[in-house]
Ligand binder design. Structure first.
Ligand code: NAD
Length: 438
């Protein structure tokens, strides 16, 4: 099949590359000329495990192409995916201007039947809006389909190639058949394709993200309670996770959720509820708790240093919102850096992939180390903000030698408190007893 993918970011590029890998001819469109040029030259613009190899192969074999020209990209494409940004608007609702802008352009240039597939995360009713935006200028038959994307950054290729499920919202039999054929190679092991109406499909995506954000937030609240009552959140996690109704995943306490999806999607769903006069109380609490959780570790650090952080040097391990990505959108580390700088802290940060993106925001206000141990040199404390594998078993001896003081604030519960005590560290994590040598 000939496919166009409009918007070549984390979702669009993975979508396009994976469809090409299944033998389709894919043209990816983006308005960012520099990005398109570098992709044409074989450079993957994001860090995503396992993407480089299939990108290179499909580019070389001519199944994956890039352009800034929407009209030429869609000319021979039967299916047009929209993988465009839907950032939060000022009132928290999803900003649909990118999606509807492209829809309007499509209406002017489509000359034969196309299926326009919305992969962006969009509020209930967007398929109708896209349909109407195309219809204004359109002289040909077309269908608009909702097909929300559930991939996780860091596992994007695997998630796309072997999805737990594919959700497709359409009332058109013709579009349903085309989408079934397109996704058939991805569900050979029997994972389901769920067909439904577009409104349910659109809401499914928000419900999934809001539920996961709520699960994380619930565990963070339990962790905060553990700190008060002297219980260990890891024990609670194991204790409840073995109940199959609850499940083991997404139960780790930490310094809050971030990323380009959960924060904006929870906010947008709350806004949708408000638009329909429904008071979705759980979501409001989830947002409040997460805002607090994200910066709770800074409060712990302040309290440890008697509320005077001026001139202290803190090593920060992890900048990305989660491991295995260079994405820093809404990363807790950004909020932490902001607060620590205001307190007069000198920050030396290390992240395996995300430092260049953070540089674009903070410039030389913080230092960027080239390895984890350079970051901790002379530090008064180490703060772990992202659970990259490389931080899981550090050389504690080297830390002891290089740091000014053996003090660790761990926002991701990577280390065993008993072991840290044995090694003579002050160790403060989330929802577990603080250990110190005193
Ligand atoms: P992104 O910001 O990484 O990529 C968007 C791309 O669209 C950019 O390259 C941008 O230059 C391009 N673009 C903007 N306007 C354009 C236009 N008029 N024509 C062509 N290209 C244009 O965004 P993303 O993370 O890929 O997210 C895209 C959508 O998918 C969002 O709605 C998001 O909520 C959703 N989503 C994201 C993820 C994720 O993990 N990132 C997962 C599931 C769903």
């Amino acid at each position: 099949m000939n496919i166009a993918v409009v918007g070549t970011g984390y979702v669009g590029l993975v979508t396009g590359t994976c469809f090409a890998e299944m033998g389709n001819h894919v043209i990816c469109v983006d308005i960012d000329k520099a990005k398109v040029e570098s992709m044409k030259n074989g450079k993957v613009p994001i860090y995503e495990p396992h993407l480089d190899g299939i990108f290179e192969r499909n580019l070389r074999q001519g199944r994956l192409n890039f352009t800034t020209d929407l009209a030429s990209a869609i000319k021979d494409s039967k299916i047009i995916f929209l993988a465009l940004p839907t950032p939060p608007g000022e009132d928290g609702s999803a900003d649909l201007s990118y999606v509807l802008g492209v829809a309007e352009q499509l209406g002017k240039i489509m000359t034969d039947y196309k299926v326009i597939v919305n992969k962006s995360t969009v509020p209930v009713g967007t398929a109708e809006k896209v349909h109407n935006a195309i219809l204004v200028n359109c002289k040909t038959e077309f269908d608009v389909v909702s097909n929300p994307e559930f991939l996780r950054e860091g596992f994007a290729v695997d998630d796309f190639m072997k999805p737990d499920r594919v959700v497709i919202g359409t009332d058109s039999e013709k579009a349903r058949k085309i989408m079934s054929d397109l996704y058939a190679p991805f569900v050979r092991q029997g994972n389901p394709i769920y067909f439904m109406d577009a409104r349910s499909s659109e809401l499914t995506k928000y419900a999934a993200n809001a539920f996961l954000a709520t699960k994380i937030t619930f565990m963070n609240e339990i962790a905060n309670l553990c700190e008060k009552v002297g219980a260990n959140v890891d024990m609670i996690r194991i204790g409840i996770g073995s109940d199959t109704r609850i499940g083991k995943r997404f139960l780790f306490a930490g310094i809050g959720y971030g990323g380009s999806c959960f924060p904006k999607d929870v906010q947008a769903l709350a806004r949708t509820a408000q638009d329909y006069d429904y008071d979705f109380k759980v979501l409001t609490s989830v947002m409040d708790v997460n805002d607090r959780q994200r910066i709770s570790i800074v409060e712990k650090i302040k309290s440890y240093f008697d509320n005077n952080l001026s001139g202290k040097k803190i090593a920060l391990w992890g900048l990305a919102f989660k491991p295995d990505t260079d994405d820093i959108r809404e990363a807790p580390a950004l909020y932490i850096i902001d607060l620590l700088l205001k307190e007069g802290v000198e920050i030396s940060a290390y992240d395996p992939e995300a430092a260049n993106n953070v540089k674009k925001i903070f410039g030389d206000k913080i230092k960027y180390a080239s390895d984890p141990y350079e970051a901790v040199e002379n530090a008064d404390a180490l703060l772990v903000a992202t659970e990259w594998s490389v931080f899981r078993t550090p050389e504690f001896e080297t830390l002891s030698r290089k740091m000014k003081a053996k003090v660790i604030f761990d926002g991701r519960n990577l280390y065993d408190p008993a072991k840290m005590k044995e090694l003579g560290f002050y160790y403060n994590s989330v929802g577990r007893t603080v250990v110190s040598t005193n």
